[in-house]
Design a protein around this ligand. Sequence first.
Ligand code: C5P
Length: 238
Amino acid sequence: MAQLVVALDVPEANQAEALIDQLYELDVIFKIGLEGLYGYGERLFAAMQSRDVRYFVDAKLHDIPRTVAAGVRALVRPGAHIINIHALGGLEMMRAAVQAANDRADELRISAPHVFAVTILTSIGAEDLGELGLSGGPSENATRLAALARDAGCSGVVCSAHEVADLKQFFGHDFLTLTPGIRPPGDSHGDQKRVMTPAQAVAVGSDYLVVGRPITEAADPFAAAQAIIADMQSVAAR
Ligand code: C5P
């Protein structure tokens, strides 16, 4: 069953904590990004652990293998369900991250978090790839990097819901997908360009649906999240 991931993209710790308090009963996964991690990370980790919620650390690590492994070790804690890294850090770096996640979880006697890879950022276009010296278009590069992530033992990749069907066909259903760019039916898209509704994303096989502003900026975040979960479940019930 696909799961809802709520992006806590807010500047202050107390706003993030308020959202966790409003939503944790729905058993959603919370996403902490660079803003929260650098701005108020320790406070947020403590808040999430005391409420016993699961979370995704959107850390996008990219460094030499030893440094990334050390970073992953520091992020493996009770409740850490997903940690991500950049596939462009290379095979050895990704392997080191997966190994560190498993080893640290063993030491702590907790289940190991999934390590997901970011392939090509959606902000990178064909021209940017050329400038970076990478041949081929964004989707070609993303598929190649997804294969490398799979070979390194990553659980899956961050991608657009529009890419899920192809990725599942290439790599199988056990290779997981985590998809931002999800908008409830009738919602304004904000700066997201190619969106899918929750039901559409579940129907194409996305495993984790990341939703931020449609929930965090709603007058009633609980009702907004509940409606998204209902939309997701409408597919399973069909
Ligand atoms: O508010 P919204 O639902 O657009 O938030 C989506 C979240 O997913 C944000 O935290 C954003 O940084 C992240 N994300 C994205 N597109 C990507 C990768 C990550 O929107 N390609």
